[in-house]
Design a protein around this ligand. Structure first.
Ligand code: HEC
Length: 143
């Protein structure tokens, strides 16, 4: 009888250890999964709405359409880039030492679509971004 009780206790301990282990793993995976899903949705938006000008390799067209791949403008001006995608952009900007003075019309994206396409361009080609763009950040940036 005692032996059964000891075995039962060990069994319960194992279960509780295992379940703790799996919740830990889930927590670590949660963030990148949300980011990956956002990037995937952003990829589709990019192909539909941005690729014509900024091109599949994100390098744009010199002096006409600025690059997004390795763009110092995009890296340094997160807020302005969010605004540009939401409301369009015009006037002179300098991207990687090259001047652009053209116009990007508003693309009609919702706030969560802006977040998705930002997550896509910030994590594509040679771009890497640790901090995921959330809908909240978009809402704040476009106020
Ligand atoms: C019709 C062409 C066109 C389309 C389509 C377009 N853009 Fe642009 N984009 C431009 C031009 C031109 C500029 C520079 C505007 C200026 O000179 O002020 C620009 C600027 C930008 C910038 C800031 C500058 C930089 O290189 O970092 C970002 C970010 C950007 N576009 C992202 C996007 C995204 C994302 C999409 C799709 C959702 C998109 N654009 C669709 C033409 C376009």
């Amino acid at each position: 009888m005692k032996k059964t009780l000891v075995l039962f206790t060990i069994f319960c301990l194992c279960i509780s250890c295992n379940s703790k282990e799996s919740t830990k793993k889930k927590k670590i995976e949660a963030k990148p999964k949300a980011l990956l899903e956002s990037i995937n949705r952003g990829n589709e938006l990019y192909v539909d709405m941005c690729i014509n000008c900024h091109l599949a390799d994100g390098k744009g067209v010199a002096k006409i359409f600025p690059p997004l791949d390795n763009s110092d403008y995009l890296k340094k001006n997160r807020k302005e880039s969010i605004k540009a995608i939401k409301y369009g952009m015009s006037g002179e900007i300098t991207v990687n030492g090259e001047k652009y003075n053209s116009q990007m019309l508003p693309l009609g994206l919702s706030d969560d679509e802006v977040a998705d396409v930002m997550n896509y361009i910030l994590n594509s080609w040679s771009n890497k971004n640790e901090e995921m763009i959330t809908v909240k950040e978009v809402e704040k940036a476009i106020q």
